[in-house]
Ligand binder design. Structure first.
Ligand code: XMP
Length: 592
């Protein structure tokens, strides 16, 4: 008799996928973004070091070489095993990957001194090639490079160009080799997704085997394997990542084997500790004084991050000691997601852009000892939200804007010295340094302030003016910055309270106006620019993003801006209100 098999739950189809597309990490954060975009197409993809020998890549149907901050002429710059180009496997080079492909195959790469960062218009020839199927014509692309391909390797044709980049898309279809100078993986390249889909399905003939919204049972299985018989102790922040990770652990192991502790560092937003107190299974550890004492007088952003990370570890040790949580029975759980590990230089070659608090030395030691479970470490924010929806976690929790672990500390900028603002033909240079990311490496530079809320002018200036990595517009306060200067200041309880109040005001007003739903995140930053009576100013930094890897500044309605500015200027200690008009890159979302 013929017996019918019970239908397997859908996720079983996706158990243990083998990477069909391998991304070679040429040193940037983009390698992971590409991997994510390929997974979004339903095809499982992983990242490998660029120098991985060709025979270890053999099982994949296609290889993508990522972008990166180096020049192919730099000593020690990332390279690839030349054999990857001669095995008949399809290869796509992106940005640095295009330059590297051209260089390794005997073409020419020209050192650029100006560079091209941001939107550009690509003219792509209509060809019969599967990679470019349906993509011919003019289109918007996103560029981030200095060097250019100047001479094609033998057998290649050039099929795309922009005004500043004469070789923007090349192909050797008979050898299944392709490369583009622009970034198809970022949303600003309007037809980038189609190009990646063409590569994955038409060129590489991949089949769908991955679904980010059906991960929970697999992740739970991984948690059970990592924990064994041990229990999991968790630091939660109230944010999406740690809450989803915590929920996965309790589902995997049961409530009795998972404990959550929330540390009130004194660097939290208004109302946050009360919000977390209402969550089940979590206790609150008060450590305000400990954190503030350790941060007293510190002005350097990297030092702040390290101190906060180390204080977290200290609190952890104290809690563990007091509750005997790290005897053989316990391991530590963390809500680390992919971008956190990338930006801390956690992958093979990513430049250290900033150190995340969950990748400091004390935590590294636990990782080496195999005493950490990080169930979300290969997922991006929107994939984490998809898992959260699968767990039926409440929407108001999943829709929360991301908030950085080090909290308000990295939005409260400090200065070692008093310093005047400097008038230039383009605007006022404010000697407050903030972090940026250009061609995938870190910058730390002053800010340019202009008098009008003019995004087009800001973009033009950021591309042209050297020595600054952000452009902000003065939207309220003395114009043009009359009588304002930067004054020496550190992280004090008074300044943190000032920032906390301003942040709460901005949050309340943008929520009432529905503006928070239009954007991805809204950092509010305190800078030590002001007058004798009011020493600080506020910078508004609303941005839109898909995953935090790239971001666009978003301008709000004038009426809302007016309400916000009025309330902020009425607040004690605030001299001016500014609006950050810089995209990421060249700026980062946070200022530190
Ligand atoms: P950036 O400033 O690098 O930020 O453009 C990208 C995203 O990461 C968040 N962020 C952090 N999140 N710990 C975190 O948990 C951190 O140290 C940290 N630094 C930045 C930032 O808020 C944005 O969403």
């Amino acid at each position: 008799m013929h017996r019918r098999r019970a239908a397997l739950p859908r996720y079983h189809r996706y158990l243990n996928p083998q990477a069909q597309i391998l991304i070679l990490d040429a040193g940037g954060q983009y390698c992971h973004l590409i991997a994510r975009k390929v997974r979004d197409l339903g095809v499982y993809s992983e990242v490998r070091a660029s120098e991985t020998p060709a025979e270890e890549l053999g099982a994949a149907k296609g290889i993508i070489i990522s972008g990166g901050p180096s020049s192919v002429y730099d000593p020690g710059s990332p390279t690839v095993d030349p054999a990857i180009f001669t095995r008949g496997q399809a290869v796509l080079g992106i940005c640095y990957g295009q330059q590297l492909m051209a260089h390794v195959l005997g073409g020419g790469v020209q050192k650029g001194d100006k560079g091209e960062f941001g939107l550009a218009t690509l003219d792509l020839e209509a060809t019969a090639d599967p990679l470019f199927a349906g993509l011919g014509g003019r289109q918007q692309v996103w560029m981030s490079h200095r060097d250019l391909v100047a001479g094609l390797p033998e057998g290649f044709v050039n099929v795309g160009r922009t005004d500043t980049c004469p070789v923007a898309a090349i192909a050797a279809p008979a050898r299944r080799l392709y490369a583009v100078q622009f970034h198809p993986e970022v949303v600003h390249t309007t037809r980038g997704k189609q190009l990646l889909a063409n590569f994955v399905f038409r060129v590489c003939q991949c089949e769908k085997d991955w679904d980010a919204s059906h991960r929970a049972p697999l992740i739970e299985q991984e948690i059970r394997e990592a924990a064994g018989k041990r229990n999991v102790f968790f630091f939660v922040s109230g944010g999406v990542d740690s809450t989803v990770a915590f929920a996965l652990c309790t589902r995997a192991l049961g409530n009795s084997r998972v404990r959550g502790v929330y540390v009130d560092t004194g660097l939290m937003r208004e109302g946050e500790t009360d919000f977390v107190r209402r969550m089940p299974g979590i206790t609150v550890e008060c450590a305000q004084e400990q954190f503030l004492a350790a941060l007293e007088g510190v002005t350097d952003p990297e030092r702040k991050r390290h101190i906060i990370g180390e204080e977290f570890v200290r609190v952890q040790e104290r809690v563990i000691e007091a509750r005997r949580l790290l005897d053989e029975q316990w391991i530590l759980g963390q809500g680390t997601i992919y971008p956190d590990t990338i930006e801390s230089g956690g992958t093979a070659k990513a430049a250290l852009i900033k150190t995340h608090h969950n990748r400091v030395a004390g935590i590294q030691k636990l990782i080496e000892e195999g005493r950490i479970v990080e169930p979300l470490k290969s997922l991006y924010k929107d994939e984490v939200r998809a898992v959260g929806r699968e767990l039926a976690l409440p929407a108001d929790l999943l829709d929360r804007h991301p908030f950085p672990g080090p909290g308000l500390a990295i939005r409260c900028l400090c200065s070692d010295v008093d310093a005047p603002v400097r008038d230039t033909a383009d605007g006022c240079v404010i000697p407050v340094h903030s972090v940026g990311v250009q061609g995938d490496s870190r910058s730390y530079a002053p800010v340019l302030a202009i008098g009008q809320l003019d995004p087009a002018r800001a973009t033009e200036l950021i591309n042209r003016v050297s020595g600054v990595n952000r452009v902000i517009a003065s939207v309220a306060g003395p114009a043009p910055l009359t009588g304002m200067q930067v004054s020496a200041s550190s992280l004090t309880p008074a300044r943190l309270a000032r920032l906390r109040t301003a942040d709460a005001t901005v949050r309340r007003l943008s929520h009432e106006a529905g503006f928070d739903r239009r954007i991805w995140q809204f950092p509010v930053v305190l800078i030590p620019l002001g007058t004798a009576d009011s020493p600080d100013s506020i910078v508004l930094r609303p941005i839109d993003s898909v995953d935090g890897m790239t971001a666009q500044s978003v301008v709000m309605e004038p009426a809302l801006l007016e309400r916000i500015s009025k309330e902020l200027l009425g607040q004690e200690g605030i001299a001016g209100v500014f609006y950050d008009l810089t995209h990421k890159p060249p700026a980062t979302i946070e200022w530190e």
